[in-house]
Design a protein around this ligand. Structure first.
Ligand code: FPP
Length: 247
């Protein structure tokens, strides 16, 4: 039985989020520059997106660039942005062929103009696709997102379209970048780091977390299947007891 066959199609997560980590270490192990790791990371992105669409995973969110990543050496930031522009441009026909819609979350206005324009163009060109939504988290951090949501809610209170007593969890969810996206049931982080690193802090409240030592450029289809199988073998209790779940 192949790994793919071990996946129960009736118990697929609707939304998988991934922290793609370890590109730099992968390149260093090979005696190469960090950008070589990012370039090979793109191959893993392609493979994972294809596998998700084939399985029928409805949402796949990839943490491609964090707010904190702007603090990396200027040379690496520029190279990463160029890689993003190039990849989005080159992959748009493939996204359309595979019926994949592109979305982006984060402080997109802080992206270089060519990157922002390329992204908006690809989002528009793929907007009617329905198989899988690929969400790129770009210049994203959860604290930035939650702060932004709080500002928007405060403005509504100031202009009296909302009262403090009306605020509930749904109000906050509705003001996040992910307002129209279901919460991830599964979050994967590669490269042996056991952290959330300012990624989807609100949305991951009940997610299953899966950590693997595999570095992102080595993360392939089979590794993705393994994570899903591991998820399917877990019991999600949402604060209840096992007995309550059976009854
Ligand atoms: C983390 O590895 C990776 C990133 C910060 C960038 C991820 C970007 C890509 C895979 C390329 C473009 C992606 C898309 C969606 C087109 P790291 O540099 O932090 O590695 P390290 O922890 O080993 O230093």
């Amino acid at each position: 039985m192949s790994l793919k066959e071990k996946i129960n199609p009736a118990k697929l997560p609707q939304h998988i989020a991934i922290i793609m980590d370890g590109n730099g270490r992968w390149a260093k192990q090979k005696g190469a520059e960090r950008i070589y790791g990012h370039e090979n990371g793109v191959k893993s992105v392609r493979e994972t997106v294809e596998a998700a669409a084939e399985l029928g995973i409805k949402y796949l969110t990839l943490y491609a660039f964090s707010t904190e990543n702007w603090n990396r050496p200027q040379e690496e930031v520029m190279a990463l942005m160029q890689l993003l522009v190039h990849t989005i441009n080159a992959e748009t026909p493939t996204l359309n062929k595979n019926n994949i819609r592109l979305q982006a979350i984060g402080n997109l206005k802080s992206l270089p103009k060519d990157c922002f324009d390329e992204l908006q163009d690809a989002i528009a060109k793929t907007q009617h696709n329905t198989q899988t939504t690929l969400v790129l988290a770009l210049s994203y951090s959860a604290r930035w997102e939650i702060t932004n949501a709080m500002k928007e809610i405060a403005e509504k209170i100031e202009n009296k379209t909302l009262t403090a007593s009306q605020i509930n969890e749904e109000t906050i969810t509705a003001h996040l970048c992910t307002a129209s996206i279901p919460e991830p049931e599964l979050m994967i982080r590669t490269s042996g780091e056991h952290r959330i690193s300012n990624f989807l802090l609100w949305q991951l409240a009940y997610s299953e977390l899966y950590f693997t030592d595999t570095l992102w450029p080595d993360f392939k289809r089979e590794n993705f299947y393994e994570a899903i199988i591991d998820y399917q073998n877990r019991e999600r209790r949402f604060g209840k007891t096992s007995e309550q779940l059976i009854s």
